[in-house]
Write a protein that binds this ligand. Structure first.
Ligand SMILES: O=C(O)c1ccccc1N[C@@H]1O[C@H](COP(=O)(O)O)[C@@H](O)[C@H]1O
Length: 226
């Protein structure tokens, strides 16, 4: 039976952390990037991290972070994963992993097949790769824009060991699971009623959809072959 690892990102309130964890979410993400409507200061991330305890992986999303920010976050928030969502080079990703001793998930942005060349370049230095849509024109944010990309571009990737993000919602999550079959899914805007405002009802709708997917895939795989 297959259900992807689920990360819900951009959480700002304990009640939303609880909603995600009550439905079996595997990973929660906090954004530390001041232009984002989901930005949290270090003290807020520490509070929510303590609230989550060991119930899920905790990830902090950063965009081209300086060493002093990395050190403060590693020491004070103590996340399990750092998500690097900026223009960090391969060498810089390796440096950040060594500096912090944390798992690093590098985001790569895709709008055409050649963008996936980055996958092979980052794979040797990043513990995980996240594949997101390119930012739309005019957006200040490199992620969290609620836009997806053509998932058929992923058909030729030789692995499913990546995190799919960008515009995943309760309405299309089943299609993402069936079409792409990624190790993990990551979403933020899809469970919000406005930018940066999570909606408990949408969080439940997402997991309801995934629970339905569980059953469908299980039945199909149990069917005896003719
Ligand atoms: O969510 C943000 O505000 C954000 C800011 C800066 C970098 C990344 C950000 N979010 C990440 O973007 C993707 C896709 O989000 P969405 O579901 O399309 O809204 C996800 O990985 C978030 O972690």
């Amino acid at each position: 039976m297959y259900r992807p690892h689920v990360k819900i990102c951009g959480l700002k309130e304990a009640r939303h952390v609880d909603a995600v964890l009550s439905r079996g979410g595997n990973e929660i993400g906090f954004v530390h990037f001041p232009p984002s409507p989901r930005h949290l200061e270090i003290a807020d991330m520490m509070r929510l991290r303590a609230h989550a305890g060991g119930r899920a992986l905790v990830t902090v999303v950063l965009v081209d972070p300086e060493d002093d920010v990395l050190t403060r976050i590693a020491e004070r928030v103590r996340p399990d994963v750092l998500q690097l969502h900026g223009q960090e080079s391969v060498a810089r990703v390796a440096e950040i992993a060594a500096l912090t001793g944390l798992s690093v998930m590098k985001a790569i942005s895709v709008s055409q097949a050649s963008d996936l060349d980055a996958f092979e370049r980052y794979e040797p230095v990043a513990h995980r790769i996240l594949i997101d849509a390119k930012r739309p024109k005019g957006s200040q944010l490199p992620g969290g824009n609620g836009v997806s990309f053509d998932w058929s571009l992923l058909d030729d990737l030789p692995t499913r060991d990546f995190t799919l993000s960008g515009g995943v919602t309760p309405a299309n999550v089943m299609e993402a699971v069936r079409r792409v079959r990624p190790f993990a899914l990551d979403l933020s805007s899809g469970v919000e009623r406005a930018p940066g405002v999570k909606d408990e009802g949408l969080i439940h709708q997402l997991f309801d959809a995934l629970d339905g997917a569980d059953r469908t895939i299980h039945h199909t795989s149990q069917r005896p072959s003719a």
